[in-house]
Design a protein around this ligand. Sequence first.
Ligand code: AMP
Ligand code: ZN
Length: 473
Amino acid sequence: MYKIKLYNTATRTVEPVETHEPGKLTFYTCGPTVYHYAHIGNLRTYIMEDVLEKLFTLAGYEVKRAMNITDVGHLTSDADTGADKMLEGARREGKTAMEIAEFYTKAFFDDCEKLNIKKPGIVVPATGCIDDFIKLISILFEKGYAYQAGGNVYFDTSKAKDYYRLTGHSADDLMVGVRDDVTEDSNKRNKSDFVLWFTESKFGEQELRWDSPWGYGYPGWHIECSAISLANLGEYLDIHAGGVDNIFPHHTNEIAQSEAALGHEWCGHWFHPRHLNDKSGKMSKSKGGILTVSVLEEKGYKPLAYRLFCLQSHYLKQLVFSYESLDNAESAYDKLLSRIANIKARADRENAAADPEKVNEYKERFIETVGDDLNTSMGLTLLYEVIKADMDDATKIGIIKVFDSVLSLDLLSGKAEEEEEAGDTAHLEELLLKRAEAKKNRDWATADAIRDEVKAAGYMIVDTPEGAKLKKL
Ligand code: AMP
Ligand code: ZN
């Protein structure tokens, strides 16, 4: 089985993904916080995760992937301060938190569909898993990692093994830049401790609350992902993914909780696509004026041109969004579709079968190329190589279909414009030959008449050193 190589935040190297069970991949993705639309930055992360899942599938792995929907507990700061984002959304729109969650969960999956992002096999809202959270927190109590103070339940990070290891920084480094106005929670034994279950919180109006052994309350954000992953994907996780902002504190806390409960290492590979920013800086849902897929559509862009824009660059590089670069991506996308449509039209006319050996050879090259740390831009280069190759059209189409199972750009959806033109221009090309003959015979009247006829058909004749050429008017 082909080993896919990927940068691992935990080891800071590109290394083969070793799955716990051969041929099977368990893959967890931090899902959206559904208090607002997903912006196209969020969706860059989901596009890259989607490509990763599809690449493993193409390479023959059986992929089991789970994702949460954060509909409770994610506070405006990723630490334990600020209001619950869901509550903020509910206040903003004068609705209940559950109405907000339902509306934006649907909007998220609608956007995913437009971008050909496959829905993970397992998708669970946090509010549907309260029992799993309570079970996990109880284990953390039994094992001495959890404590109660001021009514809340906290995780004691001083007991975690190498708590900061995912960040590659020390505690002191991470405190630099912490905002002065963030009030410290005096209930915490250590600054880095975090809430597992809130009961006494400063936002008593929190709508969603449940009974628990520690009082009526609601879960912290971090416990969601650990519990949902453990409940659905088992105690060994192969890949955990999320945007780069999730490394600290979210994923750092997930590792602490999960390993404390399990008593062994939990996840082998951490995948963190970098952010998409706009020219003014970070894109954020809370900033207002969110750039969404619908905004792009309203401006006349095809959502898949945005997918191509993302695939053109490496996921470990920050990407700056501008309409000029999206214009370039859209024009490349249109050309790509039309070139493939022409190949397809010829292949359909020839009615020949693809060469399975050649298709397989290219499939392997594609897996190896993109499987070298998710090098999607090299995957696109390979696609262009196939388009230009000296190869029969049916085989080209066979290969393109395989590539598209990962790129998901609807590569076969274009219209064969060139072919229609080729049909039209065949007769004009003949006229060009007649004109050349007329010019040779100094029959200027005929040459001019032909020029007019060609012009009437919508083309101009351009005389070049290689002879006369047609140019569309
Ligand atoms: P959220 O809905 O805020 O929980 O974020 C959903 C996903 O988007 C998470 O994996 C975040 O890490 C990721 N994310 C947040 N902002 C950006 C951004 N500007 N570019 C790319 N990914 C982002
Ligand atoms: Zn998460």
